[in-house]
Design a protein around this ligand. Structure first.
Ligand code: NDP
Ligand code: 8X3
Length: 252
């Protein structure tokens, strides 16, 4: 029987690329995001190219009631989730801690931390009795370094790292694997979202650098989920060759 993976934030970037790599491995997929048109298009593309089954769930992961309702509507045969990819997330703005950006900070905290936690709790409840499962949390170099104008985004990814370590310990006796993947710069819609749709500012982030592609990260996800059952990859830090860390980037 095909395995089932749930990928949050599959409407673009890393999540969308991962939906292709896992479809290629014959996973049936539950894909989520807020943009219903994109979910429908990706479902259609995957099912016709890979022959797997794809269930779409459209909800805002910041909202517990929407998330609960979406999960409650998952048919029982789809609840045997083998792999959960906690990928939905964003950075919003580059305001400093004394500047006015409360709404943006709340959005990052509610999406990157609370959303990930609430959804995970619900899915883990289905994994524990089955004594099997794998949770892959998408963190960031921002979970390791803190840079100017990034305090709340970085805080959210530091929190993801702490939650990941906690999950690993709490889930040890339940045979559920837990992995953190921390990329540096990846060329997705991430910077466009961070800069509120300003394409020039978004493109400047990648100037003179060959960033990672979403596929590079999806291939790391493919690697961790295809290890034999006795192997748990705890952490992967994946960077563009031209970026050593959040502070050191060599731009040509
Ligand atoms: P994208 O902006 O391309 O994708 C983000 C995804 O998250 C979209 O599918 C979006 O779906 C979803 N999402 C965002 N907010 C919500 C929400 N409130 N409810 C439901 N879904 C939501 O960026 P990336 O692919 O780059 O980002 C994926 C993850 O990778 C994020 O966690 C990000 O922090 C992390 N990351 C990115 C890096 C980069 O440089 N790009 C580097 C390191 C980590 P929709 O808009 O349809 O809701
Ligand atoms: C995204 C990478 O360096 O913009 O998580 O924080 S960075």
């Amino acid at each position: 029987m095909n395995k089932i993976a749930l990928i949050t934030g599959a409407t673009s970037g890393i999540g969308e690329a991962t939906s292709r790599t896992l479809s290629n491995l014959k996973y049936n997929l539950i894909i989520t995001g807020r943009r219903e048109d994109r979910l429908a298009k990706i479902k259609q593309e995957l099912e016709s190219n890979y022959g797997n089954s794809v269930l779409t769930l459209c909800f805002d992961i910041q909202l517990e009631n929407e998330t609960s309702e979406a999960l409650a509507n998952i048919p029982s045969k789809w609840r045997k989730i083998d792999v959960l990819i906690n990928n939905a997330g964003l950075a919003s703005g580059t305001e400093k801690v004394y500047e006015e950006a409360w709404d943006k900070w709340s959005q990052m905290i509610d999406t990157n931390i609370k959303g990930l936690l609430f959804l995970s709790k619900e899915i883990i409840k289905w994994m524990v009795p089955r004594k099997t499962g794998h949770i892959v949390n998408i963190s960031s170099i921002a979970g390791i370094n803190v840079y100017e104008g990034g305090s709340i985004y970085c805080a959210s990814k530091h929190a993801v790292n702490a939650i990941t370590k906690g999950m690993r310990i709490d889930l040890l006796k339940h045979n559920i694997r837990v992995t953190s993947i921390s990329p540096g710069m990846v060329d997705t819609e991430f910077s466009l979202v961070r800069f509120g749709g300003d394409e020039t500012q978004a493109q400047n982030v990648y100037q003179g650098v060959t960033p990672l592609s979403a596929i590079d990260v999806a291939e790391s996800i493919e690697f961790v989920v295809t290890r034999p059952p006795h192997v748990n990859i705890n952490d992967i830090l994946i960077m563009p060759t031209q970026q050593a860390d959040a502070y050191n980037t060599y731009r040509k």
